[in-house]
Design a protein around this ligand. Sequence first.
Ligand code: MN
Length: 476
Amino acid sequence: MKSVSIGELINEINKYDSTMIFDVMNAYNYARDKHKNQYRESGEEYIVHPLTVAYILATMKADKDTICASLLHDVLEDTDTSKEDIEFEFGKTVAELVDGVTKLSRVNFESKKERNYANTRKIILSITSDVRVVLIKLADRLHNMSTLSFKNPEKQQEIARETMEIFVPLAYNIGAYKMKCDLEDLSFKYIDKSEYDRIQDETNILLYESNEFLKEMVNKIHKILLSEHIPNQVKVRIRNLYGIYKKRRKGQKLKDIHDLLALKVIVDEVADCYLSLGLVHSLYKPINSKFKDYIANPKTNMYQCLHTTVFGPKDSLVQTQIRTNYMDKIDTFGLAAYWDLNPENASTKMQEIIETRSQFYKSLVELDKEYENDQEFVEHVKKELFSGNVYVYTTEGKVIQLPVGSSAIDFAYLVDPEGACKLREVYVNDKKVHEDYILHNKDRVRIRTDRFSFPREEWKNKVKTTRALSLIRRDL
Ligand code: MN
């Protein structure tokens, strides 16, 4: 991300809403004045940083309050300005956003001090009040990560690790896939430089070798859809380097190209997705077992798409992803996509969606209710929400997200909080297993209950989630 000028920011905003220019200029002049005589480690004037953060958000068509708050996001921290000053000049919403971003910079999972646990708790909960705070903070982190080379090596490591630990999961949980991938790669580069370089080289070679036949596939698919009057765009999408690294660690070879490169077919209507699927299969034969319908069966972070892996030219296997424009925007930007899709009431819509559909949000609220002690709260948030997840299916094909290490009892309490206490038998992929069975990705889980079964004391030690634990205590 290169630094931008005020002219470039205004240009970007003019593309979608020129009515906010007056207020944006006011916020810019105010911030420039406050940061006068401050410089970045790169030697640039400080104002370049808030400008670039605002620019990143403008490319996502952010609303006026968000753009103004992003220009002002460092004045509370770095200058003698107060929250009241900002509220007086720019209104309550902008002041709340700037305050939220300033606090979010202080989340710290490592600190062992009592006082910091209380603070961290407050900050984590502030995330839930306006999701735009998270978006501004992510844009801020993106720019800081791309100028990390100006810091000393120790600081680089610390910031890169913190990004992986806190900001990557946050981006994931609001569905901001592009920001998540960019943050991962920027951090990966500092955490393991030699591995980063090696994967980048190998990927480039593979891209070079596949270039010809991918082009051929893009053209053929584009033409056959047009001949059936389906407007479309076909692109090559490359998995991010950290994503490839994770696959490699699981023992996959890089030449399994279908996990690394994919064709992305974007159409207007949902019905066209299925028509296009048929047309793609008429050109290239699919591997039946690799087909996935995430349109009928969305992922927990709202991802929707058809995935099919086909036999391409030159003995290659190529994953083809088919989706609508709408799905593509949600997948790329997550909740932030509503700035573009629903400009009239985007922030209300974002907040409504995160409160009703996000398991992350619901779990935060539950953990807050459960733990009075700040340290316990912070540790559980870290363990249950900021470490990895597993994804398993119910017998109806619904996807359920749980923290890594969760058992069948955790699953039972998540899908059926009232009935789980009557748990009698557990079947995973049609095989009977013990109730403390640890769940794996893609397990299909069936819980059998009967009215003569009762919860047992020992269950308390066999669950990972706070939700299950507190329900077991209730049932006992
Ligand atoms: Mn900043």
